[in-house]
Design a protein around this ligand. Structure first.
Ligand code: 8YV
Length: 325
């Protein structure tokens, strides 16, 4: 058994995939009371041929040095890659596999769920029922009045695989139009819903729902800052299923608190987990889910199988199924 390649799995992942990995490799899974600390990851990576990680684990020089020169492949349980120094992996000949496509539907559905939940103030509705105020407050016909998706302008920041999947689903809600912004306009052939490419400012000014679906990188860190929120409609709703860093969270808090924008639905925050002391959690118009957009049973299983495929391919010197590099 000592001849088998060694794989460090930084937390528990769906068991079917991990069992398959165990048929071919010597697998160490960090399973415990707590999420692996940085030190535990550095120690765990030492001498490994492969690493099975997720976005909470930063892959940088320190970690690659700690792992050692026998490291051949890294599989990340994500489509996002902002936690990985890809150039350095390339330089060192370390292959990286990720999970595009398999999570698109689940993530898009979660994006739509946040749009609907914020539009209809579901968090406040649930709280009101629990607080027992239904009886009295109900006398006011405008109590908990929400916002219709039909007829609204949808603005998508980043019309990639997930952004497009969200746009397609929202198109069925009879929206008035769908705008998008990003680095480049999509070729028309790749855009079956006829979304209109606009500048970031135009998108902010015109959209009733602004949905962040771009990948995070150095150029869009804090893209949603004080000035961005000022450009948005006072009734606008922000939904983020990308990465927390794209939004300046203090500026978001101020914008929500002062009524500069209407509401926000966030599946991603900085940091993650979001501390329970975060001021965002005191706002009735801010709904936060714990980074679960890709978390359906079938998608998480598919993601795990795909990473196992990638790791096994990398260890056996075959081309990865879904390579980053
Ligand atoms: C996380 C994600 O990987 O795909 C991504 O980029 O952020 C998610 O799928 C997942 O939630 C981590 O368990």
């Amino acid at each position: 058994a000592s001849q088998l390649p060694k794989v460090f799995v930084v937390r528990s992942f769906p068991p079917e995939g991990i069992s398959r990995l165990k048929q071919h490799c010597q697998v160490t899974v960090h399973e415990g009371e707590h999420t692996a600390t940085r030190q535990e990851i550095l120690d765990g990576a030492r001498g490994m041929d492969a690493l099975f990680i997720y976005p909470q684990v930063k892959i940088d020089k320190e970690l690659l040095d700690a792992a050692g020169s026998q490291l051949k492949v890294i599989g990340t349980f994500s489509v996002g890659l902002d936690h990985i120094d890809i150039d350095l992996c390339k330089e060192r000949g370390i292959k990286v596999g990720y999970t595009p496509d398999v999570l698109t539907t689940a993530t898009a559905e979660a994006g739509v769920a946040l749009v609907m939940a914020t539009a209809r103030r579901i968090q406040e509705c649930i709280q009101a029922v629990k607080d027992g105020v239904w009886g009295t407050a109900w006398d006011n016909a405008m109590w908990l009045a929400g916002k219709e998706i039909a007829g609204s302008v949808i603005g998508i920041v980043g019309l990639g695989r997930i952004g497009l999947a969200i746009a397609k689903r929202l198109a069925a809600f009879e929206v008035s139009k769908i705008l998008y912004t990003g680095r480049n306009p999509r070729p028309e052939s790749a855009d079956p819903i006829g979304a209109e490419f606009v500048t970031f400012d135009q998108l902010l000014e015109q959209s009733d729902f602004v949905i962040v679906a771009c990948s995070a990188n150095d150029s869009n860190k804090g893209l949603f800052d004080e000035s961005a929120f000022k450009k948005m409609k006072r009734t606008a709703i922000l939904v983020n299923i990308s990465r927390g860093v794209v939004v300046d969270q203090d500026a978001l808090y101020n914008a929500l608190k002062s009524g500069e924008i209407g509401a926000a639905g966030l599946d991603v925050t900085t940091p993650e987990p979001l501390p329970t002391s975060s001021p965002l959690l005191t706002l009735p118009n801010c709904l936060v889910t714990p980074h679960i957009a890709s978390c359906t049973v079938s998608t998480r299983n598919a993601m795990c199988e795909l990473i196992v495929d990638n790791i096994l391919a990398g260890l056996e010197g075959r081309p990865l199924k879904t390579p980053v590099c």
